[in-house]
Design a protein around this ligand. Structure first.
Ligand SMILES: [Zn+2]
Length: 370
């Protein structure tokens, strides 16, 4: 790799074929995720956006319209108050986020989206009392918040609020309570846990931090809290903890491969290169990581050159290292945070969409907010 640039080692055409193939037909291992088809579609479509490989010609444009029509036809609720992950399931906050984000990437005109209904439904999903006041449930049951507690749903609600220009409207939810709940999830080590008092976790730290960013409340964090959080995030980059991995990570003259873990004493995993890298990017501290070592981890250790995509862990086509669309998307997204050498579109770290797609949404927001 020493004679190649980093960009040379990203096999773009194989990756593009990988995502297009998965949009046509999902392999058997995805059977158990059938209820989350919209999520899988988002990972593939957004990856093609990063790779600048969405259909652009007139004939090909009919393909993007077909994908958008599928989302409306099979996943939008009859009363337009949200989207389901797959035909026959209930409206879900994550599915609604993935639907709106995917439609934006496909440059849909949003004429079939009922913004008011979705924003009103979101407001109902927020818990307004009790120990978890301010957090979001994933769905409603008898018009009340229902389901597990997870900062991911607060993130989905905040991204939807931004994408659909819900700020300050009559259906806007209590953003102060949402931010307060996240602040209560910050631990002594600086990271953020699932709920107050639980272990700091890379994915949930990203969700909490991005939510504060999207709500314009990042300055709720004190300088000391930011310093501790940055220290915790930077400490997640490791070479590996087992002999096997040390072997895999030895790239000779190419230097060190060092990915990220999501919790203390865990092994590095492709997706945390994004969760941690994007968090540091939001804090303006991305330059503190060893980006080349992380790129080596992704490109030399978890990229699958034969089939495209990225596996979760380093390896050579063992079961655990078979690429999946989530890790494949997040591997690319991590690389795009510093994409000059990769020829990838740049990603907005809080919204997890390309800056081009964010700009398209910005134009729509401008019309909606008049
Ligand atoms: Zn992972």
């Amino acid at each position: 790799m020493s004679e190649q640039t980093l960009a040379d080692t990203l096999d773009r055409s194989t990756h593009i074929a990988y995502y297009r193939r998965h949009l046509r037909l999902l392999p058997q291992p995805y059977t158990s995720t059938d209820l989350s088809r919209l999520t899988l579609i988002f990972f593939c479509v957004s990856a093609l956006d990063l790779l600048q490989a969405l259909p652009v010609g007139t004939d090909e444009l009919s393909q993007t319209r077909e994908w958008a029509n599928w989302i409306y036809l099979h996943c939008m609720l009859d009363d337009s108050s949200g989207f389901r992950g797959s035909p026959g399931t209930d409206s879900h906050i994550a599915s609604t986020y993935f639907a709106i984000a995917t439609l934006a990437i496909l440059r849909d005109d949003f004429k079939r989206v009922n913004r008011g209904r979705i924003l009103g439904w979101l407001k109902q999903c927020q818990r307004v009392s009790g120990d978890f006041k301010g957090s979001f449930a994933p769905l409603l049951l008898s018009n009340k918040p229902h389901g597990e507690l997870d900062l991911r749903f607060g993130y989905c609600a905040s991204a939807l609020r931004w994408m659909l220009a819900g700020e300050g409207g009559s259906d806007d939810y209590d953003t102060g309570a949402c931010a307060d709940f996240i602040m209560r999830c910050i631990n002594y080590d600086g990271g953020i846990g699932q709920e107050p008092g639980t272990e700091s976790h890379g994915g949930l730290t990203y969700c909490g931090l991005s939510t504060l960013m999207l709500l314009n409340r990042i300055d709720n964090l004190t300088l000391e809290q930011k310093r501790r959080l940055t220290r915790w995030l930077v400490s997640r980059q490791i070479k590996g903890s087992t002999e096997d991995q040390t072997e895999v990570f030895d790239l000779g003259s190419s230097g060190l491969a060092a990915g990220f873990n999501g919790r203390v004493n865990k092994d590095p995993d492709t997706c945390y290169s994004f969760w941690i890298g994007a968090s540091l990017s939001i804090l303006g501290d991305f330059s503190l990581i060893d980006f080349n070592a992380n790129a080596n981890f992704l490109l030399a250790c978890t990229q699958n050159r034969r089939f495209g995509g990225f596996g979760k862990l380093p390896g050579d086509f063992a079961d655990a290292d078979t690429p999946d669309v989530m890790h494949s998307y997040l591997g690319l997204a991590a690389l795009s945070l510093s994409s000059q050498e990769m020829h990838l579109r740049h990603l907005d770290p809080a919204l997890c969409l390309t800056t081009e797609t964010k700009s398209y949404l910005g134009t729509l927001r401008g019309k909606w907010m008049v």
